[in-house]
Ligand binder design. Structure first.
Ligand code: SAM
Length: 217
């Protein structure tokens, strides 16, 4: 598995998705196979999303790399993730920010949150990643403000609570758009009420369902 992981990481590096040594090291270290359902483990190092149950997916490795690079992560950061899935992306981000940082990750589907906790425990990330069950479009005010906030599901617009829970100087990345066309939006909070927005390009994600996202059906 380690050889396959290295081959994939080298490919992502050559394709330009992985740019920094710290993201490269993190993706070389986190065992994606431990975050996937049993029957799909042999495909853990194919660069594509896979079903994890309840109509959801583990993100494709290149998408995890893009988010990790664009977040400009540094050691010790306080981070909020919306959409835990089975926990892979959170583990990669945790690997970059190190033991002095913390990732709070919110998942709306209880079965997925439970599985993520189990996966993070067995891979040694449970001390740096806390999985919260609930509606992530409301953020997680208990541990705000955050240095970085990112979503792994797409919203019709950037949820206001996420903007409010970002530190001044902090950065947020959330996929935004319709069912068919979405863009990865990056926002830097320049001051109390000023945000600089950048479009990082087209993406495809499952919907972010919640009070400040899409309705349930
Ligand atoms: N981060 C995951 C990974 O490492 O592969 C990818 C997760 S999947 C692409 C997106 C997740 O967002 C799904 O598990 C879905 O249930 C979750 N989700 C959707 N809306 C949400 C919300 N409002 N709050 C929390 N999680 C949400």
């Amino acid at each position: 598995m380690k050889d396959k992981r290295k081959t994939l990481v080298d490919k992502l590096f050559n394709q330009g998705y992985i740019k920094s040594q710290k993201v490269k090291n993190a993706m070389l270290k986190v065992p994606r196979e431990q975050f996937m359902p049993q029957g799909t483990v042999y495909q853990a190092y194919a660069d594509r999303p896979f079903p994890i149950g309840k109509g959801q997916t583990i993100s494709a490795p290149h998408m995890v790399a893009i988010i990790a690079e664009r977040l400009d992560l540094e050691g010790g950061m306080n981070i909020l993730e919306i959409g835990t899935g089975w926990g892979y992306n959170a583990a990669v981000v945790a690997e970059v920010v190190g033991r002095k940082g913390h990732i709070y990750t919110v998942e709306r589907i209880p079965e997925l949150a439970a599985k993520a906790r189990e996966n993070l425990e067995k891979t040694g990330y449970s001390g740096v990643v806390t999985v919260i069950e609930g509606d992530g479009t409301r953020g997680y005010p208990e541990k705000a403000p955050y240095d970085r906030i990112y979503g792994t599901a797409s919203a019709p617009k950037i949820p206001e609570p996420l903007k409010e829970q970002l530190k001044i100087g902090g950065k947020l990345i959330v996929p935004m758009g319709s069912d068919y066309f979405q863009d990865l939006i990056s926002m830097v909070r320049v001051s109390e009420d000023e945000y600089q927005t950048k479009n990082l390009g087209g993406v495809v994600f499952v919907p972010m369902i919640g009070e400040h996202g899409w309705p349930e059906d």
